[in-house]
Design a binder for this molecule. Structure first.
Ligand SMILES: [Zn+2]
Length: 81
C-alpha cells in the first residue's frame, strides 16, 4: 500500500483514494491521473470539491509542481470528480 498526503486537507490516504496530478518531466504538461509510464512531480488530492478548492486557494498545486497551473484545471477536476 502506498500512502500519500492530500494537498487540500493534509490527510494521509491510500494512493488509490486520491487524485494524482502530475507535471510530466518529458514536456511539462499537467496530467490528471496519468498512467504509471508518466514521470514527474506529482500532487495528490482527495476526490472531493473541498480539497480541490482548498488546494487551489492556498496555491498548493503550483507550489508543489513548481509551475503555474491553469485555472481551468480546477474546473476540470471539480467536474470530473
Ligand atoms: Zn483531502
Amino acid at each position: 500500500m502506498v500512502i500519500r498526503k492530500c494537498a487540500g486537507c493534509g490527510q494521509l490516504k491510500n494512493r488509490d483514494e486520491l487524485i494524482k496530478i502530475t507535471r510530466s518531466n518529458a514536456d511539462g504538461t499537467i496530467i490528471i491521473n496519468p498512467d504509471n509510464k508518466k514521470f514527474g512531480r506529482s500532487v495528490y488530492l482527495c476526490y472531493n470539491n473541498s480539497c480541490i478548492e482548498a488546494a487551489f486557494k492556498k496555491n498548493k498545486i503550483s507550489k508543489i509542481l513548481k509551475t503555474s497551473v491553469p485555472q481551468e484545471l480546477k474546473g476540470k477536476l471539480i467536474n470530473e470528480f
